[in-house]
Ligand binder design. Structure first.
Ligand code: PLP
Length: 424
């Protein structure tokens, strides 16, 4: 199986696993306890905090460990708004469209907080002219992703931070997909700059951090004495130890990893484009994450394409992992001006440190062999008006025969198992 869904999750680094096991065995006590075992856990935590801070380029005291990016985003946005709320609800601006942040924006709007969405152009690039108009002295917070997690298009963090800070607003970056990396569940809240951070980091899910710059006091979301009273709840010492080990590994291997992943992604895009007329590459003219390739195969539904790829041994996803499984068209692609059908067709192929040249060649071959005929059939359909493949994919499909023993296929299996091209 070739795994091309590293933007959703990437394998945990062996160094991180080793440190986590060690922390589980010898640092299991509560770091707030004053006895010996508790103090041992406390030292582990302090050590990990220094290592993560040194990698991310912040002070250890500026780092608040969280359960991941969702919590860090909520802490940043709700904390900044609470800080600015007096006397009136403070408006915010959101750019980049992560589902979690959009959900939060919707909730805040329902509570009467004015929230503007900064538009993007057809390439998925943030519209800085619109940002300049939207962000004025009434705006308390500008929140943006480091890069879009579906298309990989990088956000203009430095320019946006300049606009935000000139207007007196705070700037928050969801750096989960940050510059040139595939998984970094860290958010930062900075006054002066929107720094980009980027390892091909591989720590376990369930741990992340928020960087709150010195001098900015945010009210805590969860009350408690931990994390200097900024985030209550017993710290996840093993997860944090794994986080630190993964950061150290990333610091050692980052430039070589990025160079290789970037080269392989270009090779993949070139091979797909060459072998599959009708391929559309999102954000082609924009600066993108080194590992992310977001495409649509003509207007073939992504479920159909992903089913075919998975049956042939390649796993990828349609859109953000946080919204996978949802049947709605991608809101990211809709925001880029795609039609409903096109926005259901986006497939994200995200490479990782372990992706090889042979993997890439195999993915190209598989796509040409399995998706090529569907594209050709769709093109014939255009000319003759016959039903399009994705419409025939509905279950139960008269042309589809389940394999013996396969009585209740999932929607994707049914779609992937369709024999439409074989019979045409
Ligand atoms: C941009 C972005 N922010 C936040 C999240 C949620 O991260 P977590 O699962 O660490 O809460 C994701 C999911 O991968 C994401 O892509």
């Amino acid at each position: 199986m070739i795994y091309l869904d590293h933007n959703a999750s990437t394998a945990v680094a062996p160094e991180a696993i080793e440190e986590m096991v060690d922390a589980l065995q010898s640092g299991w006590a509560n770091p707030s306890s004053t006895h010996d075992p508790g103090q041992r856990a406390r030292r582990m935590l302090a050590d990990a905090r220094h290592r993560v801070a040194s990698f991310l380029g912040c002070q250890p005291a500026e780092l608040i460990f969280t359960s991941g990016a969702t919590e860090a985003n909520h802490m940043a946005v709700l904390g900044a708004l609470a800080r600015a709320r007096n006397p009136a609800p403070a408006p915010g601006a959101v750019g980049g469209r992560t589902p979690g942040l959009l959900g939060l924006a919707t909730r805040l709007r329902a509570e009467g907080v004015p929230v503007d969405l900064i538009p993007v152009d057809a390439q998925g690039r943030l519209d800085l002219a619109a940002a300049r108009t939207l962000i004025d002295a009434d705006v308390a917070l500008v929140s943006v992703m480091g890069a879009n997690n579906e298309t990989g298009v990088l956000m203009p963090l430095v320019e946006l931070a300049g606009i935000a800070h000139a207007a007196g607003a705070l700037m928050h970056v969801d750096a989960n997909p940050a510059d040139r990396q595939d998984r970094l569940p860290v958010c930062s809240l900075r006054r002066r700059s929107g720094q980009r951070v980027g390892p091909q980091a591989a720590w376990p899910k369930g741990v992340g951090a928020l960087i709150v710059r010195k001098g900015i006091a945010l009210p805590a979301l969860l009350a408690g004495r931990q994390e200097r009273r900024r985030r209550g709840g017993t710290e996840n010492t093993p997860g944090i130890a794994g986080f630190a080990a993964a950061c150290e590994r990333a610091a050692r291997t980052l430039s070589a990893d990025l160079e290789q992943v970037s080269r392989l992604r270009l090779r993949l895009e070139e091979g797909l484009r060459h072998g599959l007329p009708g391929l559309h590459l999102y954000g082609e003219q924009a600066a993108r994450l080194s590992n992310t390739c977001c495409v649509r195969f003509g207007e073939l539904d992504s479920e159909l394409v992903l089913g075919r790829l998975e049956r042939a041994g390649v796993v990828a996803s349609s859109g953000a992992a946080c919204s996978a499984g949802a049947t709605q068209p991608s809101h990211v692609l809709l925001a880029m001006g795609e039609t409903d059908t096109q926005a259901r067709a986006g497939v994200r192929l995200s490479l990782g440190r372990d992706t090889t040249e042979a993997d890439v060649q195999r993915v190209i071959d598989i796509a040409v062999r399995h998706i090529g005929p569907l594209l050709a059939a769709a093109a014939r359909t255009e000319r003759t008006g016959a039903p399009a493949p994705q419409r025939l994919a509905a279950w139960p499909c008269p042309r589809w025969r389940p394999a013996p023993g396969c009585r209740s296929p999932s929607k994707r299996e049914a779609v992937g198992g369709m024999r439409w091209t074989a019979t045409h």
